[in-house]
Ligand binder design. Sequence first.
Ligand code: CA2
Length: 153
Amino acid sequence: MSPKPIHVLNGPNLNLLGVREPEVYGRDTLADIEAACRARASAHGRDLVFRQSNHEGELIDWLHEARENAALVLFNPGAYTHTSVALRDAVAAIAIPVIEIHLSNPAAREAFRHVSHVAPVAKGVIAGFGAHSYILAIDAAAVLLTAAERPGS
Ligand code: CA2
């Protein structure tokens, strides 16, 4: 049986990347980031599912689906990071690891971005490296999954 894929889930407005606010989020589009993630995951021998939604309920459905179908989730909840108890509950409810990722470093931005409802139930958080946050997260995911697959772990 082939290993389950890594799911990369992206929240609201991330479809606008590369179009506005390049000084905050960089010049890469979400399609550029997806291509870079696919290449990195493939270098680790992992398949990838990459999705974006502007709807909280759809993100919750995808987290539930990942419970069955994914080895691990990389999750950029966008602004829902700071507002959504429902997304936090969905992350807490699934038994697989979830790594929270951000392009910017929310801790260095406005006070309302300093709270993450997701971080306390995530395996870890990678933030502040632009599109490279996603690549670092793929590498972290590969390390975690390889360790979990080792006999006796
Ligand atoms: O830094 C991140 O990855 C964020 O999750 C991005 C969210 C923001 O609300 C979080 O605090 C941090 C915003 C995504 C919106 O992306 C845009 C891209 C281009 C133009 C406008 C918004």
